[in-house]
Design a protein around this ligand. Structure first.
Ligand code: SF4
Length: 241
């Protein structure tokens, strides 16, 4: 793990929300210190964490590339919200598309999200995103440890090696944030949120694979009907041999 020290704080110290916000701004400032706009990107699903982190990153780099993984299967509300925020915040939005459209994939393979969701995620999420990320040295995410049991060991800063062998510096400045921290901060900054939260969704991905959570203690229990908990993007891949 690479560390950036804040006087009196380590990344594991209990912190107030103000201290957490200061830490995020410090990490962003450290990583975005170079004038090169194309060395860093931020992946954004337009869920609350990502939009909050984006809001903070824009303070320092208004034209930071914002990568949205457009699987073609998102909710209409997600697309509408993406477009609204992109316009209102003048985003440098990069809409990353899979090799094949939804229609082409369904014609060739049927409904992979029902028959082979790992394959579907690989084609529509993992492969296109890893290809896009390879263009950058620094990758910001809004991931948090609290989101899922698969994320409890998430590091704030870590090197991430893509299957191509290219290594990028992956930063998750909200790693130790709680849901409450995120919501309080969004309220503090007047950030409008994806309307699907208002009807009970707590983790929002592709529409065929997302429901309102079945376990109130597990915000990702509405993803993939419990059959899997990660699409594969945030799992360190083995380099090609
Ligand atoms: S989340 Fe579902 S629809 Fe989206 S890429 Fe994965 S399997 Fe396909």
């Amino acid at each position: 793990m690479i560390s950036i020290e804040t006087p009196g704080l380590t990344s594991d110290s209990p912190r107030t929300l103000d201290e957490k916000l200061a830490r995020v701004r410090e990490l962003l400032a450290h990583e975005l210190a170079t004038p090169d706009n194309n060395d860093a990107c931020l992946t954004c699903s337009f869920q609350a964490e990502d939009v909050l982190l984006l809001h903070l990153a824009l303070e320092l780099r208004p034209a930071i590339p914002v990568i949205f993984l457009d699987t073609g299967y998102h909710f209409a509300e997600t697309y509408a919200y993406r477009d609204r925020i992109a316009t209102d915040w003048n985003l440098n939005l990069i809409n990353v598309l899979p090799k094949h459209t939804v229609a082409e994939q369904e014609l060739e393979h049927g409904l992979l999200y029902q028959t082979a969701p790992d394959r579907c995620c690989s084609l529509r999420k993992v492969e296109p995103l890893f290809a896009a990320i390879a263009n950058y040295k620094i990758w910001f995410t809004g991931l948090r440890r609290e989101q899922a049991r698969s994320r409890t060991a998430l590091e704030e800063i870590a090197d991430f090696t893509l299957p191509s062998g290219i290594t990028v510096r992956k930063l998750s400045p909200l790693a130790d944030w709680t849901t409450r921290d995120v919501w309080q901060s969004c309220t503090l900054y007047g950030i409008p949120l994806l309307p699907l939260y208002e009807v009970g969704y707590t983790s929002i991905g592709c529409s065929p694979c997302t429901t309102i959570p079945t376990d109130p203690n597990d915000p990702r229990s509405g993803r993939w009907a419990g059959h899997k908990i990660e699409c594969g993007i945030h799992i360190q891949a083995a380099p090609n041999s």
